[in-house]
Design a protein around this ligand. Structure first.
Ligand code: AHR
Length: 667
């Protein structure tokens, strides 16, 4: 977070208001001795799925796109032929499969490889090139691990050159030789190291070429830069760092719609995402209309949790797909039983020791110890299932089987059920900022005797591809309500998490974190998530505000309604106060959604003495449309400052369009 250039500046709001309050302040009364609810330690987490090139072309560090040549049945998408002084052809080939799960290989026929002076020969190459995910990132002094399977026909006896080079081939950033290619499939690996003058750029490609004639087949062509914690098959460090900085408590995965698929066949196929990459067929992610390599498989999700100290919240396929017109939900009973069994096995893969079949499989895959697991979610958004009694029946069947085998697990339902009592209900909200602001008391009077709540997907959908400041203000307002009710709301997670901002990368607008091949940034909404997650203490304090300014809002017309609803007053000030029992620090979250400054007079009771010095973290901007981007990643970021003049009663001016966390310490 940015530090202010002059610490004195941060004192000004408090002093200025004390001398000459411009408008009547909101009075915020906080009783520091009255804890109304415990803040759930798992309140702030992450939700993820393969959408917007979240993993392939995103978090998963693989740089080769369409590495197993299955993205299209007809054309080698993202691959091209390189002919520098020679001639050849490329084609998808189903006659030379690498194995049963990777049935398509890529055939390079080199017909002529020019000869001549040694200078000419060195450029007389024919090869295959991969364009990466909107480019291949190159940085100076960097190691890359390139690997591929290849076999050659008997006419080929040359070497292969693997190169990381500019798209026009003019700059070779790094290259390495494979001296011989066998006539049966073998895996070849080389390290590519860029020089210290290699330009940081994404306009690059991976080329595997030869100067000899003959035929070579390729499959599973891969290029990895270094990864977070140097995990093999691991994750992109800049994105992991952004997530780590949020200190998320949990990861809800693998969807979302991604767990469901458009059809049963295209649900998240967790068993086929395990083990060696050459044993993973990948699958059509028809929920979001592109193919998934499944390099981010079940174990990788779990290791991602492990790396960031998040607890996994595992969603299992529960019989409802997205093609609801043509596919009825699988009915409860014998037809559903294989999927219940599949879920039990998945849980065993996560939690079983090596005496269990799937625990043993996990150990073979490289992770001996079981992962901790508390929550399992049955399906996704089953409120879309209009078949009477369907989810009730399906949920009961999953619930009973899981409860019997894993009695300690907490089971999440995706909509209300009457057949069983779920431990947690998953609520989803995608709204405008004003809708969230109008609904901030949603959970205040909610039934506390039923299941707990996970707000498992939500976002203010304003701003493309990532949310703007107006969205962040909508989020912050809504989050004050969730935090105030976090005795009930045990978990919450924004969705979607990621977007590759390149043209064609986005399927869902308004995503928390944006990136391209080279760089990444957090949206204003990302920083709201972060500052809430890092500053919540463990107890909600009784608080009430007087004199809250209101503005008039015209709610959108409900669908199928000719009549516009009447304008509605919505507040422009939102708040929550929490306390950390151990340190006694009080966290005041103060949100001013208006375009004018707002003085807030804080009246603290139930605290013996307040330290005059405190801390503030503030996010604000000049306009609701202000945002961050690849070009301007730090336009809207939190600023930390020291404040003084704090007491049992003090006034602070909230800037226009601002979110402030004020940390008040006991003396
Ligand atoms: O977050 C995007 C999608 O929204 C999720 O996949 C789905 O669960 C919801 O409808």
């Amino acid at each position: 977070m940015k530090k202010p250039r002059c610490a004195l500046l941060s004192l000004l709001p408090v002093l200025a208001i004390a001398q000459n309050p411009p408008i009547a302040p909101v009075v915020l009364r906080v009783d520091a001795a009255k804890v109304t609810a415990h803040v759930s330690p798992a309140l702030y987490g992450l939700m993820t799925e393969e959408i917007n090139y979240s993993y392939d072309g995103g978090l998963y560090a693989e740089l080769v796109r369409n590495r197993t040549f299955q993205d299209s049945a007809d054309t080698p998408e993202h691959w091209s032929l390189v002919q520098d002084g020679g001639a050849g052809t490329i084609a998808l080939d189903r006659t030379q499969p690498l194995n049963d799960v990777l049935p398509v290989s890529f055939k390079l026929d080199v017909a002529t490889a020019a000869t001549g002076s040694s200078n000419v020969v060195s450029r007389a190459r024919v090869g295959i090139a991969n364009e990466g995910f909107w480019g291949v990132p190159v940085r100076p002094n960097t190691h890359y691990r390139a690997s591929f399977y290849a076999k050659a026909d008997k006419n080929f006896s040359g070497t292969l050159t693997v190169a990381l080079e500019s798209n026009d081939g003019a700059l070779i950033h790094a290259s390495a030789e494979v001296p011989r290619v066998s006539q049966s499939w073998h895996k070849y690996e080389v390290t590519l190291t860029t020089s210290k003058v290699a330009p940081t750029s994404a306009t690059n490609r991976l080329v595997i070429s030869t100067t000899s004639t003959g035929t070579i087949w390729f499959d599973l062509v891969s290029l990895f830069p270094s990864t977070w914690r140097n995990r093999h098959n691991g994750n992109r460090p800049d994105l992991m760092q952004l997530l780590a900085d949020m200190k998320p408590a949990f990861l809800r995965f693998p969807g979302g719609n991604y767990v469901q698929g458009h059809t049963v066949e295209t649900r998240f196929p967790w068993k086929k995402t395990l083990g060696d990459l050459a044993a993973r067929p990948g699958h059509l992610n028809d929920s979001w209309k592109y193919r998934s390599s499944d390099g981010m498989g079940l174990l990788e999700f779990l290791e991602w949790c492990e790396d960031l100290h998040m607890q996994p919240v595992l969603a299992v396929f529960a019989g409802l797909t997205l093609d609801r017109q043509n596919q009825k939900p699988i009915p409860a009973g014998p037809e559903l039983q294989p999927f219940v069994q599949e879920a039990l096995e998945e849980i065993e893969y996560v939690t079983g020791d090596t005496s269990t079949a799937w625990g043993k499989r996990r150990a073979q895959d490289g992770h001996h110890d079981p992962f901790p697991l508390t929550y399992v979610e049955i399906g996704n958004e089953d409120f879309f299932d209009r078949t009477p009694g369907s989810y009730d029946g399906r949920f009961a069947q999953f619930f009973d089987a899981i409860r019997e085998k894993y009695p300690a697990l907490k089971i999440i339902a995706t909509t209300k059920v009457t057949s069983r009592v779920p431990d947690v209900l998953d609520d989803h909200y995608y709204k405008s900022a004003k809708q969230f602001q109008a609904d901030v008391h949603h959970y205040d009077a909610y039934d506390r005797t039923g299941p707990k709540i996970m707000v498992g997907e939500w976002a203010t959908r304003e701003g493309v591809p990532t949310p703007n400041l107006g969205a962040a203000l909508g989020d912050a307002a809504w989050m004050t309500g969730m935090e105030r009710n976090s005795d009930l709301i045990v978990m919450s997670c924004y969705a979607p998490l990621f977007v590759n901002v390149n043209p064609g990368g986005m399927q869902w607008r308004t995503d928390l974190i944006g990136y391209d091949a080279l760089s990444s940034y957090g949206s204003p909404a990302y920083y709201v998530q972060k500052i809430f997650s890092l500053n919540h203490g463990d107890g909600v304090l009784a608080a009430a505000a007087e004199n809250i300014p209101m503005e008039t809002w015209q709610p959108p017309k409900p669908r199928n309604s000719e009549v516009a609803p009447p304008p509605q007053p919505v507040p422009t000030f939102f708040f929550n106060s929490t306390r950390d029992a151990k340190s006694g620090t009080i966290f005041l979250k103060l949100v001013n959604t208006a375009g004018t400054p707002l003085p807030v007079q804080v009246e603290l009771s139930g605290i013996a003495s307040v330290a005059p010095n405190g801390d503030a973290i503030m996010l604000s901007g000049a306009a609701l449309t202000d945002t961050n981007s690849i070009a301007d990643p730090m336009k809207i970021v939190p600023v930390e400052s020291k404040v003084t003049g704090l007491a049992a009663s003090f006034t602070r001016e909230l800037p226009p369009y601002s979110i402030t966390v004020l940390k008040v310490h006991p003396r």
